[in-house]
Design a protein around this ligand. Sequence first.
Ligand code: ZN
Length: 410
Amino acid sequence: MTNPRNCLSGDVIEKRLRDLAGFTDIAGQLTRLTLSPSHKNAAEHLGKLFRAAGMTTHIDPLGSLVGRYAPEGCGPRTLLIGSHIDTVRDAGIYDGNLGVMVGLSVIEAMHKGGVVPPVAIELIAFSDEEGVRFPSTLSASKALAGRFDPRCLDDLDERGIRRRGSLIAFGAPAGDPALIGRDPATTLGYVEVHIEQGPVLEAASLPLGIVTAINGVTRGEVILRGVAGHAGTLPMAMRHDALTAAAEMVLSIEERGRADKDLVATVGVLEVPGGAINVVPGRARFTFDVRAPSDALRQRAVSDIRVRIERIARARNVEAAFEITHEAEATPCDPRLSGALERHTFALGLDTIRLPSGAGHDAMSFRGVLPVAMLFVRCRGGISHNPAEFASEEDIGLSARVLYDFVMGL
Ligand SMILES: [Zn+2]
């Protein structure tokens, strides 16, 4: 009988990630948009690996590959392990794909070692996380969480192809996606291993991190109206300069973002419509994006930012219209599952930290439905959504050992 832990080596996982990266829509880079021909081929390739590792497999009505490992003697409940195999354009090979490959190696280790886990496991290679091809995203994980939104089937890509048609081309079986929601009574939770996509673990010299929550986000824009004037004739004291007001507001938003640990606040767009070198700006527009692991913290920050903007506008004699355009609640990770991931990390002699996820993940779909937990793997330079994305074989191997011990400890 094989020692189960031999299947958990990072170099095997790394090699499989490189092989999987060969399934791409564009040769010479990794671009695997949801439900594309290369996505279909990748899912077929993975399906073979899943079956060789002892799983039964199927493609679900939204194009996810689902593997089930339920050897005789495992408990009546099911743990979901997953991540996504669609990618952005010109992606790295680790984003999403890593979590699927780590889950595969854990199940393979159990299968080859004749080890029966305490729960059945479903390993899911989600089809729709990146949101590059269609306007809506997470359709597949939302359906699994029992919150399928049929409007997503009418989504159009830039070539005018609907999601409905692309699912047929993909070979996804007909069937009502509203019926594939897993039963929370028999499903223990959802766990995802993912590269951090940020620089925190690397800066702390730690291979693995425990995610506290997936940040909620508030996005909006501020439109400023002052009075345009001649740059040469208008005295400084008599100006209603929309751009200098915006500049002060941008710095104030940054300051508010820095005031709370785990809060991030960004102005990503600043425009001066009709701006010219010899005109005092009469109009300005900027966006804001505020994220935090706690909804209360985020809402407090947004309301502070609004007060600051109004104060600055008054002091500078400009009008400010403040509008929130998008809001999403945070997904807190389950303390019990996260605590178990942490304990098994410590048990390997590793130090670790808890950190929020600034990026979105399939785990968000299970908010309020199932307990979720995420394990982050350090990535070089915090770089992601970029072919330079990199996680070391050693760190990947450690994540697989933690996930294995976590499942066996349930
Ligand atoms: Zn991802």
